[in-house]
Ligand binder design. Structure first.
Ligand code: S3P
Length: 175
């Protein structure tokens, strides 16, 4: 798997970006975050994009960005929590990538998100209700993983050690 990308998927609030950044540093890979690329491409924040242009437009730009980063090699790619909603995103990412699902309990996710005002999908209305509904709706959406790690109670360092153990088993010598 030497040139493969490492793709992090998972629900909002599981820590994909902070974990991914540290992992990339540790194994000397490039780090890319699809949400950051969307913001750079549209010169807008994710929140503005949702409110001004709507979710469909956001998903369209997200798919374009995914198509571009899927061509990378040796990159850690942190994705937005909704990337799995479009199966073609996953097909593309998998072509040169190993997909790792960062899984967390509903309690952990709710704790991490409930005071977060930056995420448009949960900011609207009653946040706890929105998070719970989305968690239920997406219960099986992350099952497209090659490997899964439960992050409950683990530090970012601990999660990265676990990912590294897993990657070593897949022949990634950088770990
Ligand atoms: C979304 C997750 C967000 C961001 C957007 C939509 C989702 O990314 O892409 O707000 O549909 O789950 P994070 O998972 O990094 O919060």
């Amino acid at each position: 798997m030497t040139n493969k990308n490492i793709i992090l998927i998972g629900f909002m609030g599981v820590g994909k970006s902070s974990i991914g950044r540290m992992l990339a540093d540790k194994i000397d890979y490039d780090f890319v975050d699809t949400d950051q690329l969307i913001e750079a491409k549209t010169k807008s924040t994710i929140k503005q994009l949702f409110f001004e242009k709507g979710e469909d437009y956001f998903r369209q730009v997200e798919a374009e960005v995914v198509e571009e980063v899927a061509l990378n090699s040796k990159s850690v790619i942190a994705t937005g929590g909704g990337v799995v909603l479009n199966p073609s995103n996953i097909v593309k990412l998998r072509q040169n990538g190993i997909i790792i699902h960062l899984n967390a309990s509903n309690e952990t996710i709710i704790k991490n998100l409930v005071n977060d005002k930056s995420r448009p999908l949960i900011y609207d209305g009653n946040m706890l209700e929105r998070i719970t509904t989305l968690l239920e709706e997406r219960k099986y959406c992350y099952d497209c993983y090659d490997a899964q790690i439960n992050v409950d109670g683990l530090t970012v360092e601990g999660i990265n050690d676990t990912i590294c153990d897993l990657l070593k088993g897949n022949g990634l010598n950088e770990c």
